[in-house]
Design a binder for this molecule. Structure first.
Ligand code: UN1
Length: 486
């Protein structure tokens, strides 16, 4: 059996483990196994499913320190953020467990007497999931917990950069009482992902990753049969800073939003759209703070900035920064590789601030997925919002101002799934929907009460206990001159 190694991105000689390169026939077996286990799970009452999910949350909490350490080692997130990743999964468990005792549908009064109308949810069978490495515990939890609550079996293909984190998460689920056969993990690169996307036994596919892969996966999933396909793709998130903003607050937000997770969040702040009157002082403050960030081994609690995921990512980021400079941007800070002690072979990219960026520059339009902040100066609020909206993504945006009217006008006009006021573009909370507009996704939302929608089908039920034929739209609203049809 072919295998691949998962390595520590800060020190690639540190091997986390060896994992099977799953093939299409492994995916076949996984779908069959999850599919066989699913009907029994679907017969477990929803609140009892919720109790198992709650138990998984409690187990994750008891394992938080070791899991955070694994996230730091395998995905390169600094310990603080690695803990946040695990916490997001714990929060998700408790939120979804709560949903198990909440509304499961809607009831509406019928237009006819002695007739009941309601909706309920049914599982889709087996859900296929393809997840990224940057939230290697949280994102599987956003998908697996609601899919389980809905009564499904699951086959998940985590990123080849974070297989151990996914196994550890699924291990907590099965230790908490989720039947082992119900959640199958396949590993590897393109082959198992493609096989999962087109498998006839997969009733819904949930993908988080890049736009090109998402498009290909969704197209093939639909070609081989319509099914639920949910996509959570990239972002090109902007922070708008108005002249009346608290600049210290905006500095904190920009540094955390742009350089947190080394800029490798879908929600990372990659554009700073600032009024020219405050651009100079704001950039000075951000640069000063960027220079103070300590790059290092993410498992070292003193590190502020971890590595990017691999050398290829480093090359891509460097090339985008070079292009920006060629297009006329100025490097205010960074734009170089860093070599922290003890991190031999790891790729670290300095927190980078580029000024003089124009809306049509590539660096202002394409996702970087690295610690790079492009600064654009725009005076008028409406023009700033136009720049926010000028990209093909619509995940997250922020506006910093002390004026309520400015804040709410921006909230109204920004085309994005998530808008923050006086807070950075990262940091979404579990009880609210997460997702974006335009090429960021295809309309589904993760987390929040709607998180279950991509993993279940709504069934509308009508019960007529009148004992006679009653005709909606006809009996109570006859059309004059049309007769009554009897
Ligand atoms: C992602 O980057 O893929 O809002 C998810 C945030 C996190 C989730 C990010 N809670 O930044």
């Amino acid at each position: 059996m072919a295998t691949f190694a998962s390595v520590n991105p800060a020190r690639p000689t540190d091997v986390i483990g060896s994992f099977p390169s799953s093939t299409a026939s492994d995916v076949d077996r996984a779908v069959a196994t999850a599919g066989e286990a699913q009907p029994a799970w679907a017969r477990v009452p929803v609140p009892a499913r919720g109790e198992i999910i709650a138990a998984a949350g409690t187990l994750l909490a008891s394992r938080k320190v070791e899991l955070a350490d694994l996230v730091a080692r395998e995905a390169g997130k600094i310990l603080l953020e690695a803990g946040g990743d695990v916490q997001e999964a714990i929060d998700m468990a408790h939120f979804v467990a709560g949903q198990s005792r909440a509304a499961w549908g809607e009831t509406v009064p019928s237009e006819l007497a002695s007739k009941l109308c309601w909706t309920t949810r049914q599982p889709v069978g087996v859900v296929g999931m393809i997840t990224p490495w940057n939230f290697p515990v949280a994102i599987p939890s956003w998908k697996i917990f609601p899919a389980l609550l809905a009564g499904n079996g699951i086959v998940i293909k985590p990123s080849e950069h974070a297989p151990a984190c996914c196994e550890a998460f699924v291990g907590a689920c099965t230790d908490a009482g989720v039947p082992e056969a119900l959640v199958q993990v396949v590993h590897g690169h393109a082959e198992p992902g493609a096989a999962l996307a087109t498998h006839p036994g997969v009733g819904a596919l949930s993908f988080t990753g890049s736009v090109p892969t998402g498009r290909a996966v969704a197209a093939s999933a639909m070609e081989s049969g319509p099914r639920l396909v949910s996509l959570e793709l990239g972002g090109k998130n902007a922070m708008v800073v108005r002249p009346d903003a608290d600049l210290d607050l905006a500095t904190d937000g920009a540094v955390f939003g742009a350089f947190g997770t080394a800029g490798q969040r879908c929600t990372s702040t990659s554009r700073l759209i600032v009024h020219p009157d405050v651009a100079g002082p704001l950039v000075d403050r951000i640069v000063k703070r960027a220079a103070e960030l300590v790059a290092g081994d993410p498992t070292n609690p003193r590190a502020d900035l971890g590595p990017v995921i691999d050398a290829r990512a480093g090359e891509r980021i460097a090339a985008m920064v070079d292009d920006a400079v060629a297009e006329g941007a100025t490097v205010a800070h960074g734009a170089s590789a860093l070599h922290p002690d003890g991190c031999v072979g790891g790729t670290f990219f300095a927190p980078t601030v580029l000024t003089g960026v124009q809306p049509d520059h590539r660096i202002a339009r394409e996702e970087v997925f690295g610690p790079v902040l492009a600064v654009l100066e725009v005076a008028d609020l409406a023009d700033a919002v136009d720049v926010v909206n000028s990209v093909e993504y619509g995940l997250s945006a922020a506006v910093y101002t002390s004026d309520i009217g400015t804040a709410l006008s921006a909230v109204d006009a920004i085309d994005a799934g998530i808008v923050y006021v006086n807070a950075p573009t990262i940091g979404a909370e579990i009880p609210l929907p997460f997702g974006g507009t335009k090429h960021t996704g295809n309309g589904f939302r993760e987390a929040g009460t709607r998180g279950i929608e991509q993993f279940s089908q709504v069934k509308t039920v009508y019960v007529d206990y009148s004992g006679r034929l009653q005709r909606a739209q006809l009996d109570n609203r006859p059309t004059p001159g049309a007769g009554d049809g009897t």
